[in-house]
Design a protein around this ligand. Structure first.
Ligand SMILES: NC(=O)c1ccc[n+]([C@@H]2O[C@H](COP(=O)([O-])OP(=O)(O)OC[C@H]3O[C@@H](n4cnc5c(N)ncnc54)[C@H](O)[C@@H]3O)[C@@H](O)[C@H]2O)c1
Length: 258
């Protein structure tokens, strides 16, 4: 089923660079907070600070949306919320399915932030027969055998995978064959998908490793250049890439090769 990795151009067909697309949710989150406080307008500097980006980049990003603000007044908050939501496709409801309702899947299912951002959890799916019918976040868990029917009946185009890494590719293939064209993957494995399918990967351990890198740098600066390696990096240094290292769940290198 899987035919290869998806390669996307850095610029989307409508002319908005991927880097800008990646920042739109940050602007939207900051703008939504302003909207909830009934703030009518915001300057590029204020909004950039709230979103954690620099203001020149923000102005450039908004120019792709055709939004230039008004000199001395700033940007209209409600209109920008609408414009960004429309650009991100959030003015419509997106039914999603989650596969793998263990510790992580159940926590995600219980997160209220999806629904408020236009993502409706249509179904929770697991392969463990003892979980089927049990409620998680107020929904009964459904059996993996019904995946294709569930996707078709709910018109699902986005799937979330929170299974062990060893099951993720097979689950991904079934989702794609059923018609899902976007996957959010939490399993620590690289998924192969055909052209036309987008995969986003979330890995908190990679984020921690990046922080560890910065901590090591800071420690090096404090000691005048003599770097103090945190334990995870010291361990990695003793392992050749060919040997690899098994992570806590036995399927992921604890330190990803560069
Ligand atoms: N991305 C991150 O930052 C992050 C953080 C925590 C965990 N994880 C990963 O998320 C995954 C889930 O972690 P967890 O702690 O919830 O594990 P878990 O063992 O609690 O849950 C996994 C669930 O997947 C189900 N499952 C197994 N094979 C399946 C299949 N073929 N189809 C459908 N369901 C299947 C199991 O029955 C179980 O309910 C793991 O791969 C883990 O490494 C990622």
């Amino acid at each position: 089923m899987a035919t290869g990795r998806t390669h996307r151009p850095a610029t989307r067909s409508r002319g908005i660079p991927e880097a800008t697309v990646a920042r739109l949710p940050l602007y939207l989150r900051a703008l939504t907070a302003l909207s909830e406080r009934s703030v009518p307008t915001v300057s590029s500097e204020e909004l950039a600070a709230a979103a954690g980006v620099n203001s020149a980049k923000l102005r450039k990003d908004f120019s792709y949306l055709g939004s230039y603000g008004t000199r001395g007044v700033g940007y209209d908050v409600e209109y920008l919320v609408y414009q960004i939501s429309r650009e991100l496709g959030l003015t419509q409801d997106w039914p999603i399915v989650m596969v793998g309702i263990g510790n992580l899947g159940a926590a995600l299912a219980n997160y209220g932030g999806f629904a408020s951002r236009g993502f409706r959890v249509a179904a929770l799916i697991d392969a463990d027969p003892s979980m089927v019918g049990k409620p998680v976040a107020g929904m009964p868990v459904q059996f993996i055998d019904d995946l294709e029917r569930i996707v078709a009946e709910n018109g699902v185009s986005i799937g979330v995978i929170a299974t062990p890494a060893g099951a993720a590719q097979q689950v991904c293939d079934r989702l794609v064959a059923a018609g899902v064209t976007s996957i959010l993957n939490f399993a620590p494995t690289v998924l192969s998908v055909p052209d036309g399918v987008d995969v986003r990967k979330v890995d908190l351990s990679i984020e921690l490793q990046i922080l560890a890198f910065h901590e090591q740098r800071k420690a090096g600066e404090e000691t005048g250049g003599e770097a103090i390696l945190p334990p995870v990096v010291r361990d990695a240094a003793a392992v050749t890439p060919a040997e690899g290292r098994k992570g806590p769940d036995g399927d992921m290198p604890a330190v990803m090769p560069a």
